[in-house]
Write a protein that binds this ligand. Structure first.
Ligand code: HEC
Length: 110
């Protein structure tokens, strides 16, 4: 009984540590909603007009953060993504990256 309590408490600590120190999955899910219009998580095609976009679901979190910061600062140039990233705060980027990293429901990742 005691051990279960300790385990549960440490799990809760881990969970809240994650939320405050890095990104928040649930917030990321909401913030990444507009991204899926282009980066459709299922087949990585823009819905309309149809063109291939890079796979971002299941991508490494650090990679996503660096890519988005690059677009935000303009260091990496791409009109569409520069506009997308400009609107994001550092916290938004963290949240989105945490959410996207967890999306492994794609054929390429298996
Ligand atoms: C209007 C379409 C569109 C929307 C909306 C969009 N993206 Fe993109 N995104 C692109 C395209 C096209 C590229 C490829 C850019 C390039 O070639 O450098 C890209 C590239 C990226 C990359 C770099 C991937 C890589 O492998 O280098 C990341 C990360 C990314 N987008 C994240 C996001 C996030 C997060 C959002 C939502 C906030 C978003 N995108 C919204 C079209 C879009």
């Amino acid at each position: 009984m005691m051990i279960r309590k300790i385990l549960l408490t440490s799990l809760l600590c881990l969970a809240s540590f994650n939320v405050f120190a890095a990104g928040d999955y649930d917030a990321g899910k909401i913030k990444a909603y507009t991204c899926t219009g282009c980066h459709g998580i299922v087949d990585y095609k823009n819905t309309y007009p149809t063109y291939k976009v890079p796979r971002i679901g299941g991508q490494n979190k650090e990679y996503l953060v660096i890519a988005l910061q690059g677009f935000k600062s303009g260091e990496r140039e791409h009109k569409t993504m520069n506009l997308q990233a400009e609107a994001l705060t550092e916290q938004d980027i963290e949240d989105i990256a945490v959410y996207l990293e967890a999306q492994t429901n794609n054929p390429e990742a298996e």
